[in-house]
Design a binder for this molecule. Structure first.
Ligand SMILES: [Zn+2]
Length: 250
């Protein structure tokens, strides 16, 4: 299988809801999961059709205003317009009770919905895994996972995937099963140093070394992983035709 034609895959990046077409043209040959931080941002992007992007509906756990303005009914009304839920999760900043309530509600609303869910877990990884285990979903992607070896074992057993970036250590990358790995930039996160969303080549090169695999096969592996997750979660039916066609062609 020749995978050279596949776009790079960025499963977690932050792009302004007001981004213009000319700005998006600079992204190049990539597909980007563009997460939002609040329901008001999600509302702005709900009607956008950008062929390089899959927009997400999110409530960033570390953003107090996003938490304060979260509304379960608005989330449920908007959800059918999205193939991706993100960024949601728990964060060490902010009250744990409020964050857990929102994440539980989001997971409850996502039950049986054909979506990917990009989950943030910095500082509260064990709590995230517990919540997801209570409300399992077949489309969960843990973004920038920094949990303990024991938490990793639990996340793998619960069927979760992992989007990894170039700020993560070799040891972390090594510990993840290769059929559960996706790539991300978390653009504009400074530690990752991606100059644009979709710039996943540096992490692909590292995965090639870790996996002892030619670089061109790494991208194929990533898309194969996404395809498996898209089929398991049903998100394949909610994705735009261009991504769904790419997935079905591999
Ligand atoms: Zn993020």
């Amino acid at each position: 299988m020749n995978s050279l034609g596949l776009p790079s895959l960025d499963c977690h990046a932050h792009i302004s809801p007001d981004v213009t077409r000319p700005q998006l043209d600079t992204i190049g040959h990539a597909h980007v999961f563009a997460v939002t931080r609040s329901l008001s941002e999600a509302e702005k992007v709900a009607a956008r059709l950008d062929h390089r992007l899959t927009w997400g509906i999110g409530v960033h756990p570390g953003v107090a205003t996003a938490r304060a303005s979260y509304d379960p009914d608005t989330f449920r009304q908007l959800l059918p317009r999205f193939a991706l839920v993100g960024e949601v999760g728990l964060d060490r900043r902010g009250g744990r009770g409020e964050q857990e309530q929102i994440l539980s509600d989001v997971l409850a609303a996502c039950a049986d919905r054909p979506v990917f869910i990009s989950i943030h877990s910095t500082g509260r990884t064990g709590e995230v895994i517990d919540l997801v285990k209570r409300r399992p979903h077949p489309g969960v992607i843990l973004h920038w996972f920094l949990g303990t070896p024991d938490e990793l074992v639990q996340a793998i057993a619960a069927g979760m995937y992992f989007s990894v970036n170039n700020a993560m250590s070799e040891e972390r990358l090594q510990a993840l099963p290769r059929d559960r790995v996706l790539t991300e930039t978390d653009f504009p996160a400074r530690q990752v140093r991606a100059r644009a969303p979709g710039e996943t080549q540096p992490i692909e090169s590292r995965l090639a070394r870790v996996w002892r695999m030619p670089e061109e096969l790494v991208r194929y592996q990533l898309w194969t992983n996404l395809k498996r997750l898209a089929l398991a979660s049903g998100a394949i039916d909610a994705l735009s035709d261009s991504v769904a066609d790419t997935l079905l062609a591999i």
